[in-house]
Design a protein around this ligand. Sequence first.
Ligand SMILES: Cc1cc2nc3c(=O)[nH]c(=O)nc-3n(C[C@H](O)[C@H](O)[C@H](O)COP(=O)(O)OP(=O)(O)OC[C@H]3O[C@@H](n4cnc5c(N)ncnc54)[C@H](O)[C@@H]3O)c2cc1C
Length: 818
Amino acid sequence: MGRGEKGDVKLRGDHDHDTVAIELGHDEKLVGSVGGEGGGGRERRRVSYVNSLSPRQMDALTALCDTFLPSIAPPRHPLDAASGSDSDGNEDVAKFYETSASMAGTPEKLGGIISERMKHPKLWLLRLTLWFLSTCIGTLILCGRKCLSSHFPYVQCFSEIPQQRREEIVRRWSRSVFPVLQMFTRTVKLLTFLVFFTQVDEKDRNEFWKAIGYAGPDPEFENSKKSKHMSRQISADEQQDQEQATAKNVYEDEAVFGPLHRGLIHMVHPLDIVSKNLGQFGFPVLLCPSNHNVRKRSFPSLSIQCDAVVIGSGAGGGVVAGVLAKAGYKVLVLEKGSYSARSNLSLLEGPTMDQMYLSSGLVATDDMSTLVLAGSTVGGGSTINWSASIRTPQHVMNEWSNEYDLELFDSKLYQEALDVVCKRMGVQSAISEEGFNNAVLRKGCHELGYPVSNIPRNSPPDHYCGWCCMGCKDGKKQGTAETWLVDLVESGNGAILPGCEAIKVLHTRQSGRERDTATGVAFEFKHNGVKEVCIIESKVTIVACGALGTPVLLKRSGLENPNIGKNLHLHPVAMAWGYFPDTETADLWPEKEKKSYEGGIMTAMSTVVGDFDRSGYGAVIQTPALHPGMFSILMPWTSSLDMKERMTKFSRTAHLFALARDKGSGTATSSTSISYKMDDIDEQNLQKGLEKVLRILAAAGAEEIGTHHKGGKTLNVKQASYHEFERFVKEESARPIKGLSTPICSAHQMGSCRMGPNPRSSAVNPMGETWEMEGLYVADTSVFPTALGVNPMVTVQAIAYCTAQSVLEALKRKKSRH
Ligand SMILES: Cc1cc2nc3c(=O)[nH]c(=O)nc-3n(C[C@H](O)[C@H](O)[C@H](O)COP(=O)(O)OP(=O)(O)OC[C@H]3O[C@@H](n4cnc5c(N)ncnc54)[C@H](O)[C@@H]3O)c2cc1C
């Protein structure tokens, strides 16, 4: 049956707008060449977002963007302000100062993002506030007398107020007693800078990167792309040939298409081709739908049969899929994100966030206090994460086995699981050369006598790459897509379906049973912009959608256990920075060529306030990957001039962070609606961490230091007396972190379907099976009983490995019954 025939029901029309479409530099999507979209080709088409803001709202938005980023006169000697600039740098820096957000086209792009891309539950407030600011009365209410003028009609709307006064207004809003105003200011500032520094032209360049000393995508990767065959543009004919070759499973160019290409099935093909491909993999396919409890409007077009379906291809899901397929079971993996082959990575911040991060990287808690990052691509978080591969700490295993009655964590199986997953990921602790941030952390700790250790990584010692947060260009980082999913593909027993989002777990009550049994999953995907639905019938169903996605899917499937969605921990992170000028001196350190965004992202860490000897409820100190977009949204804005100056120091500004093992928790209602309440003790631990971080930065030789607190106070360490330094460190680290005072980040989400010994306190049993539904397992960070306190990849993989053993037992039992 081809598309458009009976049974091919259209769910929702795509974007049929007749308003003006905006070309967004960082909204390009890749057109795939292997099996369809995202498959591995290099041709890019630009996707346009439609701006539905009214012209008056756009006026207000433009004025706001220009308030944060106006055109200003460059400093008299721009090179003085620029770091890493050569003699041409003068002009670049001058241009950067002179260009406002509106001159760079930022507000239009932002309008499109607000209209179509952002999914935050308070988005309506943003639109409403823009509307208020587009009127004189609304501006009077929000800005007070600062909008009064001596000319008729005496009240100005926001866009008419002079720049200096607008700056005073937004400064006041950021400190307002009304959280709504604080949220509004933070959101517009964040989006303005994100767009400004991530937008690229047709040559994939941003004209301001040179001024701030940023190289753009990894130059090594760019060069190798140019010199190798993989840089050639693939013609339409060639693309067609390759797709056919892939369908026949004979196309072997791993270097171009990555190690998974033979195991990917793209649902963008006509259904008869899809079912033929699935048949070749050994999955029986029925074109007529069976009578399942899926939504009526979404009449399924295909029904595929397998032993196990794994929903989510991330750190947890990948392990289960690999283990089951290697054991001989037929496994299908559903992944709502797309697949990016190594050669197909852009290593550009904007496009990467768009294509490989959950909700384009624009996820924040409902109150906007915490920015939440999670991967959404084949390999999930493990594809874009920072490589830290730390075993579950002993104090955590003790706590989970003793206080949470989970013997698993005191078992041989769990120890074996840790060994197996570390081996599979090639975890090792050596470092050939340390990058800028980590060298600063290590040196500062050594100077102060703080403990500092090497972070084990799933990459080799010479992996000196600061771009892994955008995917690993050479596959050296052993994420799930380079390991467990490769096992799945090489076993010949499994396939991965990218771009397919599970919408409901299917279930039925079998006679004589007290609870329902999972029978598979309904999923949707887009074909030619239209959503279609298929179902998978399976003997076991494993949900591994991450701690934000799993509770949503379980609830949508009718599970009612009250622990589902609750107890969400975020490992809140607060940062401080230190500026290390690169002006030539005999003892210049870090060396002139070292840049803040290069080198292994995480190679050193300190547990000086980790409390690892006792409960572990403290904070660890590590380093982030901050490319210009993320750097600029976190840096406090105190004035437009200060921010421009700050950005010119980007490439020599080191960042360190404190990450709390949080007692506080929240709720995941949907993947874009997250509430979270920071506990007092977590705030105190972060403050203790920040105090140490400021000291470490200064001890390592930073000239200037500061935190991300909205007050934006800084200290010139070289000019400060001992007392001034001590006062600064104490005052700045004691500032509030909760609420909207300091932007908090989270790259680790866990606990929202926690494991436990009974259904009252947990959502899944110690085997990883949901209490409510037989044959339905959870294998991701949502099963963590508490926050972990260190980077979670090894722990989630080890738990998933144990869960895979339980699933194998269940499959064996089912086999022996038939
Ligand atoms: C920027 C960043 C850096 C990090 N650095 C480190 C690090 O250095 N070390 C470390 O240990 N940890 C790190 N982490 C965290 C780590 O990557 C995650 O904790 C881990 O990947 C979580 O595994 P998971 O299986 O729970 O979910 P994920 O790996 O997030 O996988 C979930 C997958 O499910 C998919 N999905 C969701 N819903 C559906 C649906 N309905 N249908 C189909 N598919 C769906 C998602 O698209 C996603 O790909 C980092 C995370 C980020 C974001």
